[in-house]
Design a protein around this ligand. Structure first.
Ligand SMILES: [Zn+2]
Length: 115
């Protein structure tokens, strides 16, 4: 069975457990993997920061109400939050760090800041 280098696709000669043809290719491959995961983390952090800023701007007094439309108009992305909090009654609050939101009826959202 012929194995090929994960980085450049060249045939690998030698031990069957080798994944790369050279140290150069191993380093290049690992740097790319690390860079991609760093980009992923950076992008998610940027999304979370944006969501947090939107909640903070809409909720200057620790507690208020807003609408889904207003959140979306500001660029809020409901896919990104850092934690959830479920009350004894089963109500689920979503948090972006210390800024929380709770879906209410008719497009409304409660915004709360965690102490
Ligand atoms: Zn190679």
């Amino acid at each position: 069975m012929t194995k090929v280098c994960l980085e450049c696709g060249e045939k690998i000669i030698g031990r069957s457990d080798k994944k790369f043809c050279s140290d150069y290719c191993r380093n290049a491959y690992n740097n790319t993997v690390n860079k991609d995961s760093k980009n992923l983390i950076r992008n998610i952090n940027n999304r979370l920061r944006k969501n947090w800023r939107i909640l903070e701007a809409l909720n200057p007094d620790q507690k208020t109400k807003t609408t889904r439309t207003k959140l979306i108009q500001n660029g809020f992305d409901f896919n990104f939050f850092t934690s959830t909090y479920t009350t004894k009654a089963g109500t689920v609050y979503y948090f972006v760090y210390d800024q929380g939101y709770l879906p209410l009826e008719n497009d409304f959202y409660a915004l709360v800041k965690r102490e």
